[in-house]
Design a protein around this ligand. Structure first.
Ligand code: GLU
Ligand code: ZN
Length: 285
């Protein structure tokens, strides 16, 4: 198997140093392995995606010395494939519709009989309010759709994946851990008909990505991705969750941290080599 990786930003803001670290790390690893590096646009959130950001992201990445084959995949072009996968899981009785608002979930999770509310990769672990709603007939449109994690884990058993940077080794998550600490995640948001988890898993498989390189903040989400890969019969890539770039106070750079935008460093006259030094990467190969 060769080496194929991708950088998958959301075109909803400028690239900052954290993105540059991720993209350059992936690109350098692909070069070192004589592999391929792809750019892919995670634009399922059409309320936030903007063509101007897409153009700025490509321009900044080119300036940093990166290149990638055309065409660039765009998630908003791929919705029917996500829908088809969702329908398959629905037909297996693994999904259910959910009409809870964020506030409903908060209230149910904080109910006295529930104990201390737990936070998982997607925020509060869903307390299961809608789990008994009917799952037969056509999948309802315009409602959020959740994965029944208990049923999913019964179908596949434990999940494991190979991690190469963050706690290197085989990482295993048991059914009990998945049920208690992750729970019934949303696979289709009401407003999008899909979710980050579902789309990324399908795209990585269809693009034959062998190595996923991304920040440590997504390490816990990877277990969800492996569950979806098993349920959908898709291969599990190798994972490399890298360190996060932090500001002087140790705070992780957020997407909104526009003060660290690569475009601003460019405007101030910094070079790509200077950007590499700032984030602790050696010179380009
Ligand atoms: N669009 C996602 C992000 O920027 C991609 C994460 C991933 O590589 O899976 O966080
Ligand atoms: Zn609900």
């Amino acid at each position: 198997m060769g080496f194929r990786t991708r950088f998958a930003p959301s075109p909803s803001g400028p690239l900052h140093l954290g993105h540059a670290y991720s993209a350059l790390t992936a690109f350098d690893m692909a070069q070192a392995a004589s592999g391929t590096f792809h750019l892919r646009l995670d634009d399922i959130d059409q309320s936030r995606a903007r063509p101007e950001w897409e153009a700025q992201i490509s321009d900044d990445l080119h300036w940093l010395g990166l290149s990638w084959p055309a065409p660039v995949w765009r998630q908003s072009d791929r919705l029917p494939g996500y829908r088809a996968a969702l329908e398959r899981l629905w037909a297996q009785g693994l999904l259910y519709p959910c009409t809870c608002s964020r506030r409903d979930i908060q209230a149910a999770a904080n109910a006295p009989q529930e104990g201390a509310p737990l936070h998982g990769p997607d925020g509060l672990v869903y307390p299961g309010t809608c789990r008994d709603r009917p799952r037969h007939g056509p999948m309802p449109a315009g409602e959020a759709i959740r994965l029944d994690m208990r049923k999913a884990m019964q179908a596949i058993g434990s999940t494991s994946f190979q991690e190469h940077i963050h706690h290197p080794g085989r990482h295993e998550v048991t059914p009990d851990e998945m049920i208690a600490t992750v729970g019934d995640v949303v696979l289709a948001r009401r407003d999008m008909g899909t979710s980050y988890h579902l789309s990324i898993v399908i795209d990585d498989a269809e693009q034959q990505i062998t190595d996923v390189i991304r920040g440590q903040d997504l390490f816990d989400a990877t277990a969800i991705h492996v569950v979806l890969q098993r349920l959908l019969g898709l291969p599990t890539p190798r994972y490399h969750h890298h360190r996060l770039i932090r500001d002087e106070t140790g705070k992780r750079l957020a997407k909104r941290d526009d003060a660290r935008a690569i475009a601003l460093y460019r405007a101030e006259g910094h070079t790509p080599a200077a950007i590499r030094r700032m984030i602790g990467l050696g010179p380009a190969a």
